[in-house]
Design a protein around this ligand. Structure first.
Ligand code: SF4
Ligand code: SF4
Length: 441
């Protein structure tokens, strides 16, 4: 179909998650498309900005997906606390019968695709499956805006993200893809601490980035600057041997990690306390309980909120998944089995305010009112910013490019996404991982 071809050509990928290529996600048998504006990670406000400033474009993108997929209903999910955004979207959709709003409480992880599908539609995605299995597609609001822009022939060359924490002016930043993290921090007035440490993404699911020259990608939602001795950095830098040693000596089998696990509450057979019990027998043992680690979304609620001993079932699950994947082990889940814990899911929502307290990031939760744009002299564009294979360069060193020009294409017959130039300039470096462009006027 023409629109899917356009989405493919313009390099649209899921902007709120791991970057699944959008052209491969849209199907023709969908019932409901959910625009994910929940933005459940603390400190981030870029999705809220997109909805407030570009709500019409998000809605147009949603309409395009409804048209392509044959879905009868589009639902825009926003947190109730964002009253200004809600009223502006209500005005935009008031004459559109196929669109509605779903208003969410301020809890974590409200933006988890499977939680969202359950709360918004009442359908439970079976364990080991995607929302597509129940006729739903969930798309982040920036992805939908990119789809609308694709329909105008504009490739993905910019990323809107939040830069927060120890920076002079916490801001929503409109970046050229490939801009360095340092350039983004400078655009926000610079760091306010001498030895800043960086988390890329949100405080809960983001990762430590030690290289300030690392580039912005299509999936980068946030840059959180913290003092290097912040508790969040300490938690995220725990070594696996230490995590396992602590788990062995300190897990009291209280089961709180299971009782508050969002995936367990969805009815999936994930019991993190049992996994913690099993690791006493070594990570290489793959009984059913161990393989259920694949059902973990790594939301981090167990380590940040549930566990009274400050253990990390999340990291244990992550290690088990890596371990089993390395041995080429792929679990099969019984996706027909339905365990209903819907009331528990609704009654055990963890307020985001409590997460902020636990993470000691409350002081950084300032209202982000500043909007800045980057103006980099150089961009480093990664060829793999998405699920699938890296894109294959179609330019060479010395080539002149302008914003939107194709730099690298999807390998023939494979899953991947195209990448495009984000500034006007000359290609100064090309290999199989990256393309660097230096600005020229
Ligand atoms: S990180 Fe913890 S709480 Fe989140 S899904 Fe995994 S086991 Fe459950
Ligand atoms: S919450 Fe912590 S102590 Fe309790 S069972 Fe889970 S890992 Fe063990």
């Amino acid at each position: 179909m023409e629109m899917i071809k356009t989405i493919r050509e313009t390099g649209v990928v899921g902007a709120g998650g791991a970057g699944f290529p959008t052209h491969a996600k849209v199907r023709s048998d969908l019932e409901i498309v959910i625009a994910n504006g929940a933005e459940c990670e603390p400190l981030l406000s870029n999705d809220k900005y997109i909805l407030a400033k570009h709500g019409e474009e998000v809605v147009q993108g949603l309409e395009l997906i409804l048209e392509v997929s044959g879905a009868r209903k589009g639902i825009i999910a926003i947190k109730k606390k964002n009253a200004d955004v809600i009223s502006s979207i209500e005005k935009i959709i008031k004459s559109r019968k196929d669109l509605s709003l779903a208003l969410l409480d301020d809890f974590y992880p409200a933006g988890d695709e499977l939680i969202l599908v359950s709360l918004v539609t009442g359908k439970n995605v079976p364990q080991g499956e995607l929302p597509l299995s129940v006729g739903c597609m969930v798309s982040n609001v920036e992805t939908l805006r990119n789809i609308y822009r694709a329909s105008l022939g504009e490739p993905v060359t910019r990323r809107t993200l939040t830069c927060a924490g120890e920076v002079k002016n916490p801001s929503v930043v409109i970046t050229h893809i490939g801009t360095s993290i340092q350039d983004v921090i400078d655009a926000c007035g610079g760091s306010t601490v001498e030895t800043p440490a960086i988390i890329v993404g949100g405080p809960m699911m983001g990762n430590i980035e030690r290289d300030l020259n690392a580039p912005v990608t299509k999936t980068m939602t946030g840059i959180i600057v913290l003092p290097s001795n912040h508790i969040l950095l300490q938690k995220k830098s725990m070594s696996m041997p230490w995590v396992i040693k602590q788990s062995k000596v300190a897990c009291c089998q209280c089961t709180y990690c299971t009782e508050l696990c969002p995936r367990y509450l969805l009815g999936h057979e994930l019991y993190p306390h049992k996994i913690m019990r099993s690791i006493n027998f070594g990570l290489s043992v793959p009984p059913e309980i161990i393989e259920s680690a694949f059902l973990c979304s790594e939301c981090g609620l167990c380590e940040v909120y549930a566990c009274p001993m400050e253990l990390s079932p999340r990291m244990v699950n992550h290690a088990i998944k890596n371990n089993l994947l390395e041995s080429n082990y792929h679990p099969q889940f019984d996706n027909k089995k339905v365990i209903t814990r819907g009331d528990d899911l609704r009654n055990r929502k963890i307020p985001t305010s409590r997460i902020k307290n636990r993470l000691q990031i409350g002081k950084y939760d300032r209202k982000v009112s500043s909007i800045v744009e980057t103006n980099p002299s150089k961009v480093e564009i990664l060829l793999k910013q998405h699920i699938g294979l890296p894109a294959v360069p179609v330019v060479k060193m010395g080539d002149k490019v302008t914003e939107g020009d194709l730099l690298a294409d999807i390998p023939e017959g494979k899953l991947g996404a195209r990448v495009h130039a984000s500034i006007k300039g000359r290609v100064s470096f090309v290999d199989q991982e990256r393309i660097i462009i230096k600005r020229e006027s």
